[in-house]
Design a protein around this ligand. Sequence first.
Ligand code: IMP
Length: 448
Amino acid sequence: MTATASTVVLGMQWGDEGKGKIVDLICPAFEIVARFQGGHNAGHTVKFGDQHFALHLLPSGILHSTMQCVLGNGMVIYPPALFEEIDSLVDVGVDPRDRLFVCDRAQVILPTHVLLDQAREAARGADRIGTTVRGIGPAYESKAARSGIRCGDFLSNGLRQRLEAHLTMAGAQLSALGVDKVPSLDELEALCRDWGKRLAPYLADTTVRLNRALQKGHGVLFEGAQGALLDIDHGTYPFVTSSNSTAGGAATGTGVPPTHITGILGVIKAYTTRVGAGPFVCELEDDDGEHLRRRGNEFGTTTGRPRRCGWFDAVLARYSALINGVDTLALTKLDVLDELDEIKLCTAYRYRGEELRDFPSDLELLGQCEPVYRTFAGWKTSTVGSLTTDDLPENAKIYLRALEEEVGAPIGLISTGPRREETILIASPVLDRLVGGRLEDILAQRGS
Ligand code: IMP
């Protein structure tokens, strides 16, 4: 039976879990895909025909020709990045023009925000966060300081006045940081009017649009960016992004009430990675870490930076499952572990002789924790392209059972390669509910 699904797909670690592929796979069960936070700091590579696209702002669903895409109010939008993505899609015959809706309440990233991000990171020196330097944090700061510009302001008579207020604040901050080449009010206004002309056809009250669509029984997929541990409130603060990347962000970042969200699918990698600075208890700085990086192609889509790699951290994953209310896990990149002799899974942290099972909020304490590992024999067999769990080697099944037990959530999908058909779907009522009762259709479209 089909039912309206309103499902959040989010990353459970520090981002780069492979959400794009999972969204692409289950997209056909939904009519709309909405992003609710972040900006062009995110990045996922999607395949279309023989081409690879690095999308930063547009949700992966844009490549499905009937899918409507929403950029929600919780996002920060850098218009040139959006125009570039639209152009690159139009070039290959994917026209998003009638089905892309940008919330008029979403915040704009201005050149001042980019300058501030660069100057702040430089001023922090060795203590830098390792941001993507795209102005994300400063744009959210302006939002909270009530001196930001919203996409709808581009078309407003009040634009100049708002820009002036913005420039008073941002200009003072920039000059305190020693940046003197700041755009003038006239320059900023001209730029915004220009951006506004191009953005106008896409602007909409997406809050009303999404709620009406749900009332009509249309399925909505909320596509998270980054990962739970990069959440501004729940992540490893201050080494986090500036928005709520956890499940609650889907409600505040789109205007869809929490009571209308019906399920949470948590995407999690079979090991752990992180870009940027901050404590990482299971980090491997040895051959195993290098193997994960090379075999998993762990280099940032947005910045190209090598990702820090480590074993699966169940302490972190348990915390993530808890704060997101994850119904089912989508475990990605299992195949990256295929060649290893031994595989470790961190079940607890050791701090001053004590075992901690809960993820600590104190960053200094976290930095001093040692991982407590369970060691598993590797399976040394290719899992690529397995279609059911029966196809998996026995040692892989043992590892997966332990992972489920430690995290406290069932696995509903297992990805064993970048292609759509390289995915195991474990049929269950929960997974079927997450895709609005259309699991059979998804299985048929996955191919084999
Ligand atoms: P910002 O979001 O550019 O301010 O960067 C803050 C932190 O979040 C840095 O550690 C970034 O590397 C990290 N970050 C931001 N976006 C992503 C992402 O899409 N994947 C992984 N890490 C990210």
